[in-house]
Design a protein around this ligand. Structure first.
Ligand code: CDP
Length: 199
């Protein structure tokens, strides 16, 4: 069975948490595509070469989840040749047997426009910054994290190639006022309903 769930949205909107819960619930494989860009950003040197030669070791290294890696990722993610080098891997993953959930910025728009379910998970910049700041162990100031979130949103949304955008047929989940449990339940319901139509 091929069944792809595409989950896009800005930094710290809850995509990762929702994706992992969905993968567990439905037995799908999960790919956090942000990790690919983070690994390219951290590798240093020529980013296009880094993207073309990305290995499983690169994806397992320490520090990939740090704020600095997120920043480096969004800088290399504006480069079309970097994005192009990562397309086939993501598409193959999406169509693997047994179903797959991919989260990122351009999954529903560019990587898998044919995905069976497309979600756009978002929240206010203030809420997302607070989550990131708490996640990072309240390291640094909340205001700094908010500025970083806003800068990353602006860079991701304004780039020419594959900007952060909801696909026209994506369902938007605004998690600003939601608990994690509620957000996960909302996503599960949408996927279960779609799966039932594919059976
Ligand atoms: O976890 P968080 O949402 O902060 O970031 P991430 O999903 O790990 O992505 C880090 C950066 O990689 C983003 O700010 C984007 O610039 C880039 N990215 C992208 O361009 N396309 C994707 N499919 C995934 C990430």
């Amino acid at each position: 069975m091929h069944f792809t769930v595409a989950i896009d949205g800005p930094a710290a909107a809850g995509k990762g948490t929702i994706s992992r819960a969905i993968a567990r619930e439905f037995g799908f494989a999960h790919l956090d595509t942000g990790l690919l860009y983070r690994a390219v950003g951290l590798k240093g040197g020529d980013p296009v070469q880094a993207a073309r030669s990305l290995s499983s070791d690169d994806l397992a290294r320490d520090g990939l989840r740090s704020l600095a890696a997120g920043e480096a990722a969004s800088r290399v993610a504006v480069l079309s040749d970097v994005r192009a080098a990562l397309v086939d891997f993501q598409r193959d993953f999406a169509r693997r047997d047994g179903g797959a959930v991919l989260d990122g910025r351009d999954i529903g728009t560019v990587i898998c426009p044919e995905a069976e379910v497309k979600l756009f998970v978002t929240a206010s910049a203030e809420t997302r910054a607070r989550r990131r700041w708490l996640e990072a162990g309240e390291d640094g100031s909340y205001k700094e994290v908010l500025a970083q979130v806003r800068a990353r949103d602006a860079r991701d949304s304004s780039r020419a190639d594959a900007p952060l955008l909801a696909a026209p047929d994506a369902i938007t989940l605004d998690t600003t006022e939601w608990t994690v449990t509620y957000a996960i339940e909302a996503a599960k319901e949408i996927i279960a309903a779609r799966l039932a139509t594919c059976a």
